[in-house]
Design a protein around this ligand. Structure first.
Ligand code: M6R
Length: 364
C-alpha cells in the first residue's frame, strides 16, 4: 500500500533511512564496532580477483563497489553488464569471486552470467533483495538486502541497500586480507551507521527539489557529472530521469567533459553536478566552471562547505549534509532520485509504471 504517498516510488525513496538501517543490522556489530558477514565457507584472503556482473541500477551499485574493493581490499575488480559479459568469453581463473547484484534475483542476463561463472569454477556471491529468487538459490554466498518489496519500476531503495551491503563486504575483505586494522574497521562501521540519519537529512530537501523541478522539466537533454565513487551516481541520476520523465539524460565522469560532451553545452542543457566536499571536490568544480564558462546552467549538489565555495553562478543548489566520502554515494542517491521523481510528476508521466519498461527483465 502507498499510505500517504502519491506513488510507490515516492514511498520507497522515503523508506531508505529505515531499510538501509535494517540492512546494516545484518552486516555490522555496532557494539563491537565490527563488520559481521554471514558464515562464509571459503577463504576470502585467497580471493585474488572479483568479477561483478549486473544490469541497470544494480550495475551502478557494482561500479561504486569497485572503488571500495580496490581502495580497501586492493583486489582487482572487473565489472560488466550481464548482457555483455555472457557473450564476451570472459577470462575466469580459479580463485576468483563472481559477484552478482540484483534487486529481483531473476534478471535473465544476470542469471545466465551467474550460471556461466559457476560452470567456470568461480565462487558465486549474490546481493539480492528477494531471498527466494533463482540467483539466491544458485549462490555459494547469499548477501540479502532488506529493502522489502520494491514496487516502483525505477529502483531506489534497493540501490541504497545494495550499497550498504557492498560497503560492508568490501570492508570485510580488507579485514580478512590484513589491510584494515581494528581502528579503521571501527571508522568504517561508524560512518556506515551514520548513513540512515544522513539519508533523512537529504530527504528534508524534498520540497526544495520539488520547487526546482520546473527548471528541468522543459529540458530536452540533461547531463549529470560526478567523479570517483560518485561518478556512478551521475549515471544513476541520468537513468532515473530517462526512465520516468522520458527526458534524454547522460551521466559522465566530470573529467571526460572536455573530451567531447562539452560540445553539447548551451543554456538549454541543465547540468547536474554531484560534488560532495572531499579529495575530488576541487577537480569536479573546475570541470563545472568549464561548463559555466560556456553558458551551461548548473545545478550543484554539494554540502554547505562546497556550496559556499562554488555555489555562486549556479542556476540552483541542493544542499546535502556533510558526510564521509564512504557514504556519499548512498546519500547523494536521494537528491537524484527526488529530482527525477518531481520532474516526472511535473510532466505527468506514469511514475510507477513508465512506458516500455518491466520491473523484472526476465527475457534476454
Ligand atoms: O532486478 P535487477 O536489479 O536485476 O534489475 C536490473 C535492472 O533491470 C533495473 O535496475 C532497472 O535498470 C531499473 N528499472 C532501474 O531503475
Amino acid at each position: 500500500e502507498k499510505g500517504n504517498y502519491r506513488h510507490f516510488m515516492q514511498k520507497e525513496i522515503f523508506e531508505q533511512p529505515t531499510v538501509v538501517a535494517q540492512t546494516l543490522r545484518s552486516y555490522l556489530r555496532p557494539g563491537e564496532q565490527r563488520v559481521a558477514l554471514p558464515q562464509i565457507d571459503f577463504d576470502i584472503s585467497a580471493i585474488d580477483r572479483i568479477t561483478i556482473v549486473a544490469c541497470g541500477t544494480s550495475y551502478y551499485a557494482g561500479m561504486v563497489a569497485k572503488y571500495w574493493f580496490e581502495q580497501f581490499a586492493r583486489v582487482p575488480v572487473d565489472i560488466d553488464f550481464a548482457s555483455e559479459f555472457r557473450y564476451r568469453d570472459p577470462i575466469l581463473t580459479p580463485g576468483g569471486l563472481a559477484l552478482f547484484i540484483s534487486q529481483s534475483g531473476e534478471t535473465a542476463d544476470t542469471l545466465a552470467a551467474l550460471k556461466h561463472c559457476k560452470a567456470n569454477g568461480q565462487v558465486i556471491a549474490s546481493v539480492v533483495n528477494v531471498p527466494t529468487s533463482s540467483m539466491a538459490r544458485e549462490s555459494d554466498l547469499l548477501l540479502p538486502t532488506h529493502a522489502g518489496p520494491e514496487i516502483g519500476v525505477a529502483s531506489t531503495k534497493a540501490f541504497t541497500c545494495q550499497l550498504a551491503v557492498l560497503a560492508a563486504l568490501a570492508a570485510h575483505f580488507a579485514v580478512k586480507k590484513g589491510l584494515m586494522d581494528r581502528e579503521e574497521e571501527a571508522e568504517v562501521v561508524k560512518h556506515l551507521l551514520e548513513a540512515p540519519a544522513s539519508l533523512n537529512a537529504a530527504l528534508d530537501h524534498d520540497d526544495e527539489i520539488a520547487d526546482m523541478a520546473h527548471l528541468i522539466a522543459p529540458a530536452r537533454d540533461v547531463l549529470y557529472l560526478g567523479r570517483g565513487a560518485d561518478f556512478p551516481l551521475a549515471l544513476e541520476g541520468a537513468l532515473k530521469l530517462k526512465e520516468i520523465s522520458y527526458i534524454h539524460a547522460e551521466g559522465y565522469a566530470s573529467g571526460e567533459m572536455k573530451h567531447g560532451p562539452i560540445a553539447l553545452i548551451d543554456d538549454a542543457v541543465p547540468v547536474i553536478v554531484l560534488a560532495p566536499s572531499g579529495p575530488l571536490f576541487e577537480k569536479t568544480v573546475s570541470n563545472m566552471q568549464e561548463v559555466q564558462a560556456r553558458g551551461g546552467k548548473v545545478v550543484l549538489i554539494s554540502d554547505a562547505d562546497g556550496i559556499a565555495q562554488a555555489g555562486e553562478g549556479c542556476m540552483a543548489v541542493i544542499e546535502m549534509p556533510k558526510v564521509h566520502p564512504l557514504i556519499a554515494p548512498l546519500v547523494y542517491a536521494v537528491p537524484v532520485q527526488l529530482l527525477a521523481y518531481h520532474v516526472a510528476v511535473a510532466k505527468g508521466t506514469d511514475v510507477d509504471q513508465p512506458r516500455n519498461l518491466a520491473k523484472s527483465v526476465t527475457v534476454e
